[in-house]
Design a protein around this ligand. Sequence first.
Ligand code: GLC
Ligand code: CA
Length: 559
Amino acid sequence: MAEQRAWWKEAVIYQIYPRSFADSNGDGIGDLRGIEAHLPYLHTLGIDVIWLSPVYQSPNDDNGYDISDYRAIMTEFGTLEDFDRMLAKAHELGIRIVMDLVVNHTSDEHAWFIESKKSKDNPYRDYYIWKDGKDGKAPNNWQSCFSGSAWQLDETTGMYYLHCFSKKQPDLNWENPKVRDEVFDMMTWWCERGIDGFRMDVISMISKDPRFPDGEVTDGIYGDLNPYVCNGPHVHEYLQEMNRRVLSKFDIMTVGEAAGVTIDEAKKYANAQGSELNMVFHFEHVGMEACGRTIIGKWGYEHPQLSKFRAIMNKWQLELEGKAWGSLYLDNHDQPRAVSHFGCDDPKWRVRSAKMLATMLHMMKGTPYIYQGEEIGMTNMHFTSINDCRDLEEINAYRQYVTEHQMISAQEMLKCFDAVARDNARTPMQWDDGPQAGFTSGTPWIPVNPNYKEINTRAALADPDSVFYYYQKLIRLRHELPIIVYGTFEPLLEEDPNVYAYRRHLGGSILTVACNWTDQMQPCDVFAEGTGKELISNYDTHREGMLQPYEAIAVLQEG
Ligand code: GLC
Ligand code: CA
């Protein structure tokens, strides 16, 4: 085996968005006791690791991605005691827990920022990025990722602070060694508590271009900050320092959310020598690049096209080989639901399509991530009014493009939200067909998707043909067959407009996978007659040389 073995290469990870997972006390907000109560469910599914979206103290401007105290649990979610108990219960079941690490920015309510803005000579001043304005305006034209300027004027000192996200998320100044000391101490504190790793929020953005130049104006209003904040001059240096001082001291896994990452950069972040992180999330396949046109800014509503999606996935599979480990995901709390975006959520095809996408992803090389609800084929929500939206990204975009600049109609904006808004993934987990889908006994903070009567875990667990049991089998196969984890990747049918097919190789064994992305029969001849054994498929019977609508099949020939 060319590849070095590691538990995090063999693991399947399940992401929990705590606010929307399970509410134990009826306040409409998911919490740690809710998670604890459902650990046996996750154990049945068979996953190895939970990635917990942030559970730290936060004023919730961005649902916990704005942290005001890194060493306390968000009041609505519970206490540190609840956390320790949940962690211990997970460990008893053989499930590890990876925390979200949000250190590109803090909340503006964090004690460091409260100090920092007091005066220019406050000891915490340089914990953040402060600049003078230019001609009575912001220091440059950057647009924050959540619309509006990336700079906020603070009246006390008359200077601006940088916030790549909301103005309640001021960016930390990683050039200040004290900031790095604070972050590394805090990480060590959590590792010593027994956690099993970190998912690092927008970690590719911690080092900024010191020139702070204007960005290219693409939407007619603000400039693009990405080239000046992603993969900046010192990012690898900082991560190597983090690795030396913290990560290398514990048996943990790390995955970096790497906005703007290229393959060459990914090879550095996730290098096989292990000097930085274990793997990164890239965005190429989930962004508009895989789709047709955009409508405005990052927004659009077109579905991804197989040819574009496949070219991106294949490129990453091939180019990381032997150089860096990869991650595999189709959705998360920032993306629309996988089956709605990449597949077909029409009741006629939803189950087949969800299983097809799962086969395609889970047979690839890399560590797979499942986002809560994906394992039962949960779908996008339908937004009919801006009042249905909870996410500040949507609310701010609507204000900027529809209300203030009237660049697109409300209808057009809502169509984009229907397709790609983050709230699609944030509706409550659908546990059963009772009130509020069994998520809460109260009023949920965000409405339940009305399709919960059909799509819920109770129904899935009662149906041997459900999406749930299909995921369970995919996970089991990955645990049993080293070729799924370590085999090399070979693309097939690269020009086929309808079928995604590839092979994996290990020793003399060959695993062949073919997936029909359409609701029509498609010719497909990648399977040599009568050879090999079927590992998994979403159909009971097959047609020679054909794939049925949304059919997926994986066949192993043992060498
Ligand atoms: C990451 C998170 C997203 C958050 C943003 C700012 O992209 O996944 O949810 O809004 O960073 O922290
Ligand atoms: Ca609660």
